[in-house]
Design a protein. Structure first.
Ligand code: PLP
Length: 376
């Protein structure tokens, strides 16, 4: 936790639950990524955290943006980024939203199906389009598999069709899965992409861009490699498969840019046991799956959780949220431990929660407010 966030909690004692994000940490993460991967242009994945403070900061630092909807494009434009720094990266778009984005000046679009490509041809004539490849996402703690991308042979046909339809077949994208812990996944994906480049060049189409997606991790409970290790694996794969003839490279980090920059402070609402013989306590917080911690679904993302006011001997707990839905349990299989001295009203800190929390929080389930956040 950064000194700035520590000071904020100490001096302000804000109402909980609240996410506090240190913008300097995001700036540092952005600079580090630029330093270790100088050849890759950064397109921040807006969905990770679309706060205007973050978009404004990244726009100023020179970042471009990966967007998924009309509203996200509007947010990015409002932050001061020009439309040529926006990629409309969702492969599922309404025809009228494609037309709207094109009218606003967006010229880079993703697709993974023939029907989507035909929408682009109709409403974004001549635009640069890239095809998303299907990935298995092995090793990812939050996989983005199955639903997105198509197999390479279909991608090839679709990129040829793109040219026939008057579009600019510009490149290939993939996402190896979010919070990807296996560094070799990029090598597999980049290898497939380079084969596609070769096949299309034989068909007379010179692709120009590889979009290596997101997947770089934030630092949760389990150790992960640092960004420099990811960067060198990625560059090694790029030179292995493309040699000296490197295409334009785009990277779309979300989690790795903003995750570690935020900390949620929450409060213990209730501590109970279900029977006299049990030693496992149920600890209910004022935040749960619907309040911004949906990535605990299937206990996928395992946050570091700390009780700043309590130390000493600890015992097993089941952690749950405050709503009237039995799905609102955070961790049960993965046994978290908390001090035996824990009391109702104690504060709890949930670390590395700058990504995929505020943007995922429900609007009004059980009357609970969406997750509040401040950017300092
Ligand atoms: C979600 C998403 C990202 C960001 O992924 P992270 O793992 O958070 O870095 C990048 N690109 C696309 C297309 C996405 O859907």
């Amino acid at each position: 936790m950064t000194a700035k966030i520590t000071r904020f909690f100490r001096e302000k004692r804000p109402d909980t639950p609240i996410l506090v994000v240190d913008l300097d940490a995001i700036s540092d993460n952005y600079q580090a990524l630029r330093r270790y991967l100088p050849l890759a242009e950064v397109f921040y994945a807006v969905k990770a955290n679309p706060a205007p403070e973050i978009l404004g900061l990244l726009a100023e630092l020179g970042s471009s943006f990966d967007t998924a909807s009309r509203a996200e494009i509007e947010q990015v434009l409002a932050a001061g980024a020009a439309p040529d720094r926006i990629s409309y990266g969702n492969v599922i778009k309404k025809q009228k939203d494609v037309a709207w984005a094109f009218e606003k000046g967006v010229r880079l679009f993703a697709f993974d199906s023939e029907a989507e490509l035909r929408k682009l041809a109709e409403s974004a004539p001549g635009a640069r389009v890239f095809c998303r490849l299907l990935m298995t996402c092995d090793g990812a703690e939050w996989p983005l598999s199955r639903k997105f991308g198509c197999e390479a042979d279909m991608a090839k046909d679709l990129l040829v069709l793109a040219r026939t339809l008057g579009l600019d077949p510009y490149g290939v994208s993939f996402h190896v899965g979010s919070q990807q812990t296996k560094l070799d996944q990029w090598d597999i994906a980049i290898g497939r992409t380079s084969m596609l480049f070769t096949e299309l060049s034989e068909a007379g189409i010179g692709l120009k861009m590889i979009n290596i997606g997101g997947g770089l991790p934030a630092h949760y409970r389990d150790d992960v490699a640092q960004v420099d290790a990811y960067a060198s694996e990625i560059m090694r794969a790029m030179t292995r498969h493309f040699g000296n003839d490197l295409p334009r490279m785009i990277i779309e980090p979300g989690r790795s840019l903003v995750g570690d920059a935020g900390v949620i402070e929450a409060e213990v609402v209730l501590i109970s046991r279900k029977s006299y013989g049990e030693d496992v306590r149920w600890v209910y917080l004022d935040i749960g799956k619907f309040g911004g911690l949906i990535e605990t679904m299937d206990e996928s993302i395992k946050y570091r959780i700390e009780t700043p006011e309590r130390r000493g001997a600890s015992g097993p707990v089941i952690l749950a949220g405050p709503t009237c839905d039995s799905a609102d349990i955070l961790y049960e299989t993965h046994r978290y431990k908390m001090p035996l001295s824990l009391k109702v009203g104690d504060r709890v800190r949930i670390h590395a929660t700058g990504a995929y929390t505020t943007s995922y929080a429900s609007v009004n389930f059980n009357g609970f407010q969406p997750l509040q956040s401040v950017y300092i």
